[in-house]
Design a protein around this ligand. Structure first.
Ligand code: ZN
Length: 214
């Protein structure tokens, strides 16, 4: 009922081409290139990337979701992952794991308050639902330091220093962990998150990100 009222007041229009009817129309969804490869990053069992941030539609979806508090795009993220699941022909890097804990790279609480929801937690929810339905959602990490926006910093080295001791692991699990983030750029954020997990003794860490930045 509430959804119906909201749809009347704010009818869905495509976030990319403005066509009425859906938050991301079929044509725009189809034009998002989904990659079918994994990357290597030291310290991780696997890194799986869904698309590229250079893709204007994927970028539009991710930035609108995050910076404009467009919670309605949750289902679009799900649709992107369903397409990804459908087109990803090789076995998942975590296919042989019988249990898995899915946890987000935690958002700065200031941003959660500003945006009204925790976009990283929602990303992790959607990844569990669509890609690892047998896995367990948990919040293993806590952000204990506010950092300067990574994009404002030039060199990788300074980004790494900026992130140092940003996260602590709140608890330990015995299952492999799937760490979820929206965008992977230099990798310094997920490496710092992994360091916190490793301090708790968690060694088997997989990564899933929606987009690879440059
Ligand atoms: Zn469209």
């Amino acid at each position: 009922m509430l959804q119906h009222i909201l749809d009347v007041l704010y009818p869905p229009t495509c976030v990319s081409c403005q066509k009425a009817g859906e938050w991301l129309c079929e044509d725009c969804l189809a034009s998002i290139y989904v990659e079918q490869k994994t990357e290597k990053l030291q310290g991780f069992s696997s890194v799986t990337v869904c698309g590229h941030y250079a893709n204007p539609i994927l970028r539009r979806v991710l930035t609108t979701f995050k910076y404009r508090s467009a919670y309605c795009l949750r289902e679009v993220l799900g649709a992107i992952l369903k397409r990804f699941r459908h087109e990803y022909v090789s076995p998942w890097p975590w296919a042989r794991e019988s249990s898995m804990t899915i946890t987000p790279v935690p958002t700065d609480q200031r941003h959660v308050r500003e945006r009204g929801f925790d976009h990283a937690a929602v990303c992790a929810d959607v990844v569990r639902e669509i890609l690892v339905p047998w896995g367990t959602r948990d919040e293993l990490l806590e952000r204990v330091k506010q950092v300067t926006a990574q994009a404002a910093l030039p060199a990788d080295e300074r980004r790494q220093a900026n992130m140092k001791n940003t996260f602590v692991a709140k608890k330990c699990v015995t299952t492999p962990v799937l760490l979820v983030d929206d965008i992977l750029t230099t990798g310094s954020t997920i490496q710092e998150a992994a360091r916190a997990l490793q301090e708790k003794g968690i060694q088997d860490i997989h990564v899933f990100v929606f987009a690879r930045g440059t």
